[in-house]
Ligand binder design. Structure first.
Ligand SMILES: Nc1ncnc2c1ncn2[C@@H]1O[C@H](COP(=O)(O)OP(=O)(O)OP(=O)(O)O)[C@@H](O)[C@H]1O
Ligand SMILES: [Mg+2]
Length: 373
C-alpha cells in the first residue's frame, strides 16, 4: 500500500466566468495523515478537492504529490481516489460491477477483483446489495457503494467529499468508526470534507478551516478548539458555537487586563492588550453558569437535550443569544427570568478589532501559584 504526501503551494482557482474561489492556499499534508477540511457552504472545499484529484484545472500555484509537480498529471495517474459529494455511480452497472470496474480496467485477475469487492462490501455492509443497480438503492446505500469503489483501488490518497452526509445518525457513527479503522489499516493519506462537528473533531489528525477560498487556520482538533487564531475559527468549531460579547480593556498590568462589559460587570483575564481597546470576548456555553451576581442576562428559552440543557439568554450589547450549557438534571432556569452569568476566566478568549486572538500570557497567576516554591 503506497501512501503519498501532498504539498499545496500558493494554489488559486479562477473559474472561466471570472469567479475567483480559491486564493493562494498553502498546505502540507504528510503521508498517512488524516486531514479534515471544514468551512461554510461555498467556501471552496470541493473545488480544492477536485483540483487535487485533477478534475479541475489549477489556475495558479503548484500541486506536489510526493516529489512530483502534478498540476498537469492526468487524474488516473495521480494515485488519488475521490468519493464525490454527489456520488456518481455508473447507472447501468450493478453494485458489484461498479466496485469492480477500476480493478478490471487495471487488469486484475477475477479472483483478486472478487476478493477485493467482497472485502469492501463486508466493511460497508452492502453484501446483500451487490447484484442491484444504483437506482434500486437508497441515498445512504449509494454513498456506501461510492466509498467501496474508492476502497478497492487502494489509492495513495483518498479524497472524501462529505461521504456520510446521507446516512442516518446510527449508521453515520458506525461508518465514522469504520473509516477511522480503514485509515489505520490502509495507512493511506486521507482528505475528508465534512459539515459535521463530531466527525471534524474526532476523525482528523489535523483540521484546515476554510473561509471564502482561504485557510484561516490549520492544526490538531484540540489546538483549534482551545486556541483558535481568530474569531472565525472560534465561532466555527464547537456546538453550540462560541458566544461573543463586546468589551473594553482597562487596568492593563503584567498579570493581565481587565475587561469591562455590560451592566458594570468586569473580569480580569490573563491577556496582554491596550487600555481602552474594544475587544470581543469569546466563551463557550460549557464555561458559563448562572449565579446570583455577574453579567446581567435574561433567559429567553431553554432546550432540553436529555443529558444536557442549553439555555439561551439575552445580554446587553451581544448581537446574538448567549448559550449556556447546563447538566440535564439541574433545575431549569425559568424563561423570562432575570439572572446573572459567571464566566470562567481560564476559558475565555479575547479578539481584537481585526478579529485576531489576543496573546494569552504564558503563566497565568493561577498557574504560577500552582507551581512548587
Ligand atoms: N464551474 C463553476 N463555475 C463558477 N463558479 C463555480 C463553479 N463551481 C463552483 N463554483 C463556485 O465556487 C465556490 C466554491 O464552491 P465549492 O463547491 O468548492 O464549495 P464547497 O465549500 O464545497 O461548498 P459545500 O459545503 O456547499 O459543498 C462557490 O461559490 C461556487 O458557486
Ligand atoms: Mg462541496
Amino acid at each position: 500500500m503506497s501512501r503519498l504526501k501532498l504539498k499545496l503551494k500558493q494554489i488559486s482557482k479562477v473559474f472561466d466566468d471570472g469567479n475567483a474561489v480559491i486564493h493562494d492556499v498553502d498546505l502540507d499534508i504528510a503521508d498517512g495523515e488524516f486531514m479534515v477540511f471544514v468551512g461554510p457552504s461555498g467556501c471552496g472545499k470541493s473545488t480544492m478537492m477536485r483540483m487535487i484529484a485533477g478534475l479541475e484545472d489549477i489556475t495558479a500555484g503548484e500541486l506536489w504529490i510526493d516529489d512530483a509537480l502534478s498540476n498537469h498529471v492526468p487524474p488516473a495517474k495521480r494515485g488519488v481516489a475521490m468519493v464525490f459529494q454527489s456520488y456518481a455511480l455508473y447507472p447501468h452497472m450493478t453494485v458489484r460491477e461498479n466496485m469492480a470496474f477500476s480493478l478490471k480496467l487495471a487488469g486484475k485477475s477475477k479472483a483478486e477483483v472478487d476478493a477485493a469487492v467482497r472485502r469492501a462490501a463486508l466493511t460497508l455492509q452492502i453484501e446483500h446489495l451487490l447484484d442491484r443497480k444504483p437506482k434500486a438503492l437508497s441515498g445512504g446505500q449509494r454513498q456506501r457503494v461510492a466509498i467501496g469503489r474508492a476502497i478497492v483501488r487502494k489509492p495513495g490518497v483518498f479524497l472524501f467529499d462529505e461521504p456520510l452526509s446521507n446516512l442516518d445518525a446510527a449508521l453515520r457513527v458506525q461508518m465514522r468508526i469504520e473509516l477511522a479503522r480503514l485509515h489505520k489499516e490502509l495507512g493511506s493519506t486521507m482528505i475528508y470534507v465534512t459539515h459535521d462537528q463530531v466527525e471534524a473533531m474526532t476523525m482528523g489528525d489535523r483540521i484546515a478551516v476554510f473561509n471564502a477560498g482561504r485557510i484561516e487556520q490549520v492544526g490538531t482538533p484540540l489546538q483549534l478548539y482551545n486556541q483558535p487564531a481568530n474569531r472565525f475559527v472560534a465561532g466555527f468549531l464547537g456546538s453550540p458555537k462560541m458566544n461573543f460579547l463586546p468589551g473594553r480593556l482597562s487596568h492593563n498590568t503584567p498579570d493581565g487586563v481587565q475587561v469591562d462589559m455590560a451592566g458594570g460587570y468586569s473580569l480580569k483575564l490573563p491577556f496582554h492588550g491596550q487600555n481602552g481597546d474594544s475587544v470581543t470576548l469569546g466563551v463557550r456555553a460549557e464555561h458559563l453558569r448562572f449565579a446570583d451576581s455577574g453579567l446581567p442576562a435574561t433567559v429567553q428559552l431553554v432546550e432540553h437535550l436529555g443529558d444536557t440543557q442549553i439555555a439561551y439568554a439575552l445580554v446587553e450589547g451581544a448581537s446574538e443569544h448567549i448559550a449556556v450549557k447546563l447538566a440535564g438534571h439541574e433545575a431549569e432556569p425559568e424563561a423570562g427570568s432575570a439572572s446573572f452569568l459567571q464566566l470562567d476566566p481560564a476559558y475565555c478568549h479575547l479578539f481584537d478589532g481585526q478579529e485576531r486572538a489576543l496573546p494569552r500570557l504564558q503563566a497565568t497567576p493561577a498557574a504560577r501559584e500552582a507551581l512548587p516554591a
